[in-house]
Ligand binder design. Structure first.
Ligand SMILES: NC(=O)c1ccc[n+]([C@@H]2O[C@H](COP(=O)([O-])OP(=O)(O)OC[C@H]3O[C@@H](n4cnc5c(N)ncnc54)[C@H](OP(=O)(O)O)[C@@H]3O)[C@@H](O)[C@H]2O)c1
Length: 289
């Protein structure tokens, strides 16, 4: 069993990765403020602790999922966002190259400006908010560091949330439960993707001997948040007729309109894990009614 280190293991995606990969790999899950045994507490801003951890535990693969991924928080605290999203990522990539650890970095569809979807892996990035800019900077540093590193771009995620606020998708359900006449963005197109599908895909990907470069993993069903609200209202047995579609963006931090990711490399490898959104989100919501 090869040892896989997962950063962000207390987060939405990291938890799914730890669970899915634990049947085939020895997992070294690392969190920060929420880390409790068997997870390790590791501050990625503390570079000497990171090196000690790598040298003491000797992972063969590192999946780096820790990040500040809330666009408004990124705008508010740009220094902390740069430290985690860029500096820590660049440092990890370098340390992995020096130790022959296969490095996978979780990035985002927000590296694109959303004006000419769908995007293939080699398309030019042009982020419209600070979060996207930090992920773009991290991607560039990683690609410059080694052709063996792999960047994994994913769109908006949902899955087994601890609270409905934890995912931008299930947050819509929280708004619905508070107000069945709530307003929802009907401008931006999103491809909500279940974290278990990302984890299953990465399990297949790391089974390949070598990869490197950029891969896209994305659900294939398009929804605006207003359309997701309709699906979730039905799952929650709430009325849909009073939901209000917003035709203009209303977020504080700018969002791209449509960043559909084409997963051309995965298709060539014959890897696909895509569950149906309505069915899967309904299962997620059963625990939060
Ligand atoms: N969620 C989405 O919709 C979405 C969409 C596109 C891309 N992504 C990308 O997917 C990845 C996973 O996202 P997610 O939603 O699972 O994130 P998340 O739930 O917000 O979790 C963030 C993780 O980062 C860890 N972290 C924060 N500061 C840290 C530090 N100083 N040192 C070490 N760890 C630290 C947190 O640990 P503690 O909580 O224990 O402090 C937590 O485990 C991220 O790279 C994100 O950019 C996410």
């Amino acid at each position: 069993m090869s040892k896989v280190m997962i950063t962000g293991a207390t987060g939405l995606l990291g938890r799914a990765l730890c669970q899915e990969l634990s049947s085939t790999h020895e997992i070294l899950g690392c969190g920060f403020s929420r880390a409790a045994a068997p997870l390790h507490k590791l501050d990625l801003a503390d570079h000497s602790s990171v090196l000690d951890f790598l040298d003491n535990h000797g992972p063969e693969i590192l999946i780096h999922a820790a990040a500040e991924r809330r666009p408004e928080q990124c705008e508010r605290d740009q220094a902390a966002t740069l430290t985690l999203n860029v500096a820590a990522t660049e440092f990890l990539a370098q340390a992995c190259r020096e130790r022959d650890i296969r490095f996978f970095f979780i990035s985002t569809d927000y590296v694109f400006d959303g004006t000419s979807a769908p995007y293939v892996e080699t398309d030019i990035t042009n982020p419209v908010n600070f979060y996207g800019q930090t992920k773009q900077a991290a991607e560039r540093a990683i690609l410059a560091d080694s052709a063996l590193h792999t960047i994994v771009r994913v769109p908006v995620l949902y899955g087994e949330v601890k609270t409905l606020e934890e995912s931008a998708v299930t947050f819509i359900a929280k708004q619905l439960l508070a107000n069945p006449a709530s307003s929802h963005d009907n401008w931006a197109i999103r491809y909500p993707t279940h974290v278990n599908d990302i984890a299953l895909t990465l399990k297949d990907v790391i089974a390949q001997p070598s990869l490197g470069g950029i891969i896209h993993i994305s659900g294939n069903q398009a929804f605006t948040k207003y359309e997701m609200a309709q699906v979730m209202a039905q799952a929650l047995q709430l009325p849909t007729q009073d939901l209000v579609p917003l035709s203009q963006p209303s977020d504080d931090a700018t969002r791209p309109q449509n960043c559909a990711l084409k997963d051309t490399r995965l298709i060539n490898m014959g890897i696909a894990h895509n569950r149906d959104f309505a069915t899967a989100v309904s299962e997620v919501l059963t625990k939060h009614r």
